[in-house]
Design a protein around this ligand. Structure first.
Ligand code: FAD
Length: 297
């Protein structure tokens, strides 16, 4: 079943995000992580897509392995960064040939060391163009069950000066053929509810799955804030710093993430997408706290 079908059939979904391993050691850790995550019977696992050729081919390898194993459906992230339109088409065709049907269409972050984003001279500029391209390539190959996700940004939408733009961009992705959205990380329930309420009011009907990040160290919390530009709440940092050891810090981070996830599910969120940092422990501890497991471990 594709994610689009899952979202209309049995909400709420449980899913995880992984990134491509960068070393052989990281690869074998990832195998173990995936086995542990699989034990919670997730609906899908998403695999991020980097800016360099090496991490891209590793991402493709992980997606391919998941697709071939027919166990957990992969959600393949795809970006517009540093690739011509033809190169993007080739990646889409390879994925379709491997049976991948779920894609997360993103503009992508600039390559490391670059602050500004600029499109490839023969490439795509915005995520909505990638949604359109995915639909076109699928149609050319007679694939009629494609399921496309896009990014949504609750913290950006919470800023009055960006609110309407965040909604306009989300609508352009829906109009191009997106089926659902996954949010960037946030820590305030009202930011998610505000985005969903305003989207519905303006005719944006996409299910919006919130991303939740169980943070297990203050260092990771600082790094996450740096990467996403979303500040980690001071209270969460204080709890992570006050913890006596690693286990206590993880428990504190999981408690924060569990509170937010329960509130989100109570508010009607169609699923929870858990950021794992390629480690299973905090993610599985979080899921143990939520009414999302379809099977017991
Ligand atoms: P877009 O929707 O294209 O927006 C990019 C910018 O262009 C925004 O400022 C938007 O306001 C503006 N814009 C969009 N459409 C228009 C228009 N029609 N006219 C004028 N302006 C417009 N990055 C990666 O590199 N790899 C990943 O795997 C990855 N995974 C992610 C997963 C999730 C769930 C999220 C939330 C983000 C992820 N990102 C990833 C980061 C993401 O690519 C960046 O945040 C990027 O800056 C924005 O991507 P987008 O898809 O929202 O782009």
């Amino acid at each position: 079943m594709t994610i689009r079908e899952l979202l209309s059939a049995h909400s709420p979904t449980l899913s995880y995000e992984l990134f491509p391993p960068r070393t052989p050691a990281a690869e074998s850790t990832l195998e173990a992580t995936m086995r542990m995550l699989a034990s919670t019977d997730p609906d899908f696992i998403s695999i991020t897509y980097g800016a360099s050729g090496t991490t891209r081919s590793t991402s493709r390898g992980v997606v391919q392995r998941l697709a071939e194993s027919h166990t957990i459906p992969p959600l393949a992230h795809l970006t517009c960064v540093d690739q011509s339109r033809d190169e993007v088409i080739q990646v889409i065709e390879e994925y379709l040939g491997e049976g991948v049907r779920d894609f997360l269409a993103l503009r992508g972050d600039p390559p490391q060391g670059q602050t500004d984003w600029s499109p490839h001279p023969d490439g795509l500029r915005y995520a909505y163009e990638l949604v359109t391209l995915l639909r076109e390539v699928a149609a050319t190959h007679g694939v009629d069950n494609l399921s496309i996700g896009v990014a949504a940004f609750p913290t950006q939408h919470a800023l009055p000066q960006w609110r309407q733009q965040a909604l306009d961009v989300l609508r352009s992705k829906q109009d191009a053929g997106a089926d659902f959205a996954i949010t960037q990380v946030f820590y305030d329930l009202q930011q998610y509810c505000g985005l969903v309420d305003d989207a519905r009011e303006q005719g944006i009907t996409l299910p919006i799955i919130p991303e939740v990040m169980p943070l297990s160290t203050a260092k990771r919390a600082h790094r996450a804030a740096q990467i996403t530009g979303v500040p980690t709440p001071a209270e969460l940092i204080a709890d992570l710093e006050a913890a006596e050891d690693d286990d206590a810090a993880r428990a504190a981070g999981v408690a924060h993430a569990a509170r937010l996830s329960r509130d989100l599910l109570d508010a009607g969120a169609p699923g929870i997408h858990v950021i794992t940092f390629n480690k299973h422990d905090a993610a599985v501890d979080l899921v143990d706290e939520l009414p999302l497991r379809k099977t017991q471990s």
